[in-house]
Write a protein that binds this ligand. Structure first.
Ligand code: AMP
Length: 344
């Protein structure tokens, strides 16, 4: 029997930030390390998703490659034979499947997506593609029959809608066209996460750390100078309660720091909370987090500079070939089901 698939993708626009790393990259690297040989790992760059919001197109191709290098710098072993790295636009079945799924996705349900509301808020020209984003994402997942999709908390709704659309087609056509990704709770357990990961802006911890937030002091880019990044942590917004507690509703800034500390130092959230809760020196907590960030970035950037791009490109092209082969029959079965291809 073929191996179950663990799949994730991170859009290639600009560089990655700490939220991308902790929410999207680190779980994949950990899963690859812990479950080597048991699962197939698909780590792709959704380059078609990258310009659902405006980008500088002349840099897109290059930043796609840079982002792939970042996976390697983060510890992804691309030489593992069960690991595949690929660019979405090199596998045409993603776009073809997305169109078919579009015809079964409802305007009402897609309109409820909070990511769309957040990203379109206040923008003059909102692309249809931004609205359509979750359907292309559903295609990215369902095309591979991927059961395991480690994602940051911001993608929970998108995972759920992927399950809804996949199930709708399975029911309508009375056949198991798709293996559905598991529920969010199972995904968390699988990724060995006690709580969902949503890294907040250091300036406004009620918002997630994001590429689109304009204030760079709130976001730690993986390419930031490590010393400057540590300074951003030292000036992070906290609160005036004066007592450390892990409670995102009451103390989002402090909880954000505790979460970053746990994940960067590979400790459980419970262990970090036990160490810090009840203490009242926010400065000490900030120092510990700033140091963890500085150590992490220094190490990451050293590894990034050493990535062998030629070997990576060879792996990329080989993976893309394999993925074109793997997705063709899945797409064909769906085309048959909807009547675009002969039944037998
Ligand atoms: P995106 O930047 O939207 O392509 O997201 C790529 C990955 O990073 C997804 O797994 C997201 O869930 C994750 N991600 C993005 N921002 C954050 C954040 N602030 N905290 C945690 N995960 C995040």
């Amino acid at each position: 029997m073929s191996k179950e698939i663990i799949l994730t993708g991170l859009r290639a626009n600009g560089t990655f930030h700490l939220g991308n790393y902790l929410g999207g990259i680190q779980p994949m690297v950990n899963l690859q390390r812990d479950k080597a040989g048991e699962y197939q790992i698909n780590m792709f760059v959704p380059d078609l998703h990258s310009f659902t919001t405006p980008v500088e197109h002349q840099h897109l191709f290059r930043s796609t490659i840079t982002n792939l290098k970042m996976y390697v710098a983060a510890g992804l072993d691309v030489h593992d034979p069960d690991t595949f790295v690929y660019r979405q636009s090199y596998i045409p079945a993603h776009s073809e499947m997305a169109w078919i799924l579009d015809c079964f996705a409802y305007f009402g349900e897609i309109s409820r997506m909070t990511q769309f509301k957040e990203k379109s808020d206040g923008q003059a020209n909102v692309s249809v593609a931004l609205f359509n984003y979750p359907v292309l994402m559903a295609a990215d997942i369902l095309l591979y029959n991927a059961k395991w999709v480690p994602l940051g908390d911001d993608q929970k709704q998108h995972l759920e809608i992927t399950r809804d659309i996949g199930e709708r087609l399975n029911n309508k056509f009375g056949t198991e066209l798709f293996v559905l990704p598991e529920t969010w709770d199972k995904q968390l357990q699988f990724a060995q996460r006690e709580v969902s990961v949503r890294i907040r802006s250091l300036v406004d911890p009620t918002k997630k750390m994001s590429k689109s937030i304009s204030d760079p002091r709130g976001t730690i880019e993986l390419t930031d100078d490590p010393v400057e990044a540590a300074k951003k942590v030292m000036s992070a917004t906290t609160d005036s309660l004066g007592k450390i507690a892990f409670n995102f509703a009451e103390q989002p800034g402090i909880s954000n720091l505790l979460q970053i500390l746990a994940l960067l130092t590979h400790q459980s959230q419970a262990a970090v909370n036990t160490e810090w809760e009840g203490k009242n020196s926010y400065g000490d907590l900030k120092k510990a987090v700033a140091e963890a960030v500085q150590v992490f970035l220094t190490d990451f950037q050293t590894k990034l500079a050493a990535v062998d791009e030629i070997a990576l490109m060879a792996k990329l092209e080989e993976s893309e070939e394999r993925m074109r082969e793997a997705t063709a029959p899945v797409l064909y079965r769906v085309q048959q089901a909807v009547g675009l291809r002969p039944q037998e």
